[in-house]
Write a protein that binds this ligand. Structure first.
Ligand SMILES: [Zn+2]
Length: 379
């Protein structure tokens, strides 16, 4: 996510970035303020004045959003959670936490900090607009202040919806986590309410489109879709973390895997190993020494009618650093390795000795078990 984000500046030790998609929402907000909000609230001004006010208000809005994210980040840092940075994007802003909050109470305080900041900003701006009015400030400036006060309040209210990934959803998760002590179940419930909220937004958007407010409608559908996928990925991230926390490769590997000798032919490999043992690959071992592995990929390089005359030793893949892992590697690191290299099969090796194998299917099997445990039923 946000691999194309542009670095803007550092704020209180946090890197502030904008994703290219932010320019679209910035332009849309400026346009809607310049053509609707300001012409309605401040009649008889020039187009240029509307555009200038809209631009200032838009910057003020995203400035407020940055402060909201900064509040999350500062509290997160106090709890020892690392922050990758704050990124503005199409659907607002996000403080990217490197890892999940360690406890239910830290989750609660990190989550509430953002809306608290928005409420404080809203109140302060509302007070300032009142004072500005009292001392006779030009109405245009007061209108900008009123807009910012209102939008900060709306931001706080929207974020307090108890649905993941909104702050309210995190607060709900913290509450359930604290009550039941089960972070995965708590995430599941908060993510479900996120899913429900996402569908609700999409339904509202569809109604709006059908009633003719097409652009607003599409916007709701888009946000609904974003909420939906964020809720899903939040649960999956937590599932990964809960299922594999503190576990090493040794705990999940398949011990004593079927191995093959380089002397056997490909047809023997297919019939006596792949089909019989239902494996998609096998380590190649000669005289007790691991020399590599063979899989479907190597087979597909040889024509089928040559399988009886070709030996495993002719086509197997030699030991690859990336596909050889130690038994004490944390599963989290293995997952990162899979994400980074795209490799799906690994040989677990200690001191040149083959201890076992791990495959992606293997990992997914463990995840399903963990998932079934939270649901009380299988997929
Ligand atoms: Zn927030």
């Amino acid at each position: 996510m946000f691999s194309n984000a542009i670095r803007l500046f550092m704020l209180d030790g946090f890197e502030i970035r904008v994703d290219p998609s932010w320019f679209l929402i910035a332009a849309l907000i400026t346009w809607s303020l310049a053509t609707q909000f300001f012409p309605t609230t401040l009649p008889d001004q020039s187009q240029t004045a509307y555009l200038a006010l809209a631009f200032i208000a838009m910057l003020g809005f995203f400035g407020s959003l940055l402060l909201h994210e900064l509040a999350h980040s500062v509290v997160a840092r106090r709890y020892g959670v690392k922050i990758k940075g704050i990124t503005l994007f199409l659907f607002g802003g996000v403080a990217q936490l490197e890892n999940e909050p360690p406890t239910a109470s830290s989750e609660f305080w990190i989550a509430i900090a953002g809306p608290a900041m928005s409420v404080a900003l809203g109140l302060a701006l509302w007070l300032i607009s009142g004072l500005a009015q009292a001392i006779g400030t030009p109405p245009a400036l007061i209108m900008v202040l009123v807009y910012l006060a209102t939008s900060n309040m709306i931001l706080a209210i929207f974020n307090m919806v108890p649905a993941f990934p909104m702050d309210g959803g995190r607060i709900l998760r913290a509450y359930l986590w604290n009550r039941n002590g089960d972070v995965l179940k708590a995430t599941r419930t908060a993510a479900r309410s996120g899913t429900f909220f996402g569908y609700t937004l999409m339904a509202l958007g569809t109604v709006a489109v059908l009633q003719g407010t097409v652009s607003t409608g599409f916007w709701y559908i888009l946000i609904g879709f974003f909420v939906l996928s964020a809720a899903r990925s939040a649960y999956q991230t937590q599932l990964l973390q809960s299922a594999f926390e503190g576990k090493t490769v040794a705990a999940i590997m398949i011990r004593n895997p079927v191995v093959v000798s380089p002397e056997i032919t490909l047809s023997e490999f297919v019939n006596q190993v792949m089909l019989k043992h239902r494996v998609s690959f096998a380590p190649v071992v000669t005289d007790g020494v691991l020399i590599g592995q063979i899989d479907r990929h190597a087979l597909s390089a040889v024509e089928r009618d040559k399988w009886t005359s070709t030996r495993v030793g002719d086509v197997y893949a030699g030991l690859d650093e990336a596909a050889t892992i130690p038994p004490d590697m944390p599963v989290q690191s293995l997952i990162e390795l899979i994400e980074r290299t795209g490799a799906r099969k690994f040989l677990v090796v200690d001191d040149h000795k083959l201890l076992g194998v791990v495959t992606l299917a293997n990992l997914i099997g463990h995840l399903r078990t963990a998932d079934a445990a939270t649901q009380g039923r299988l997929w």
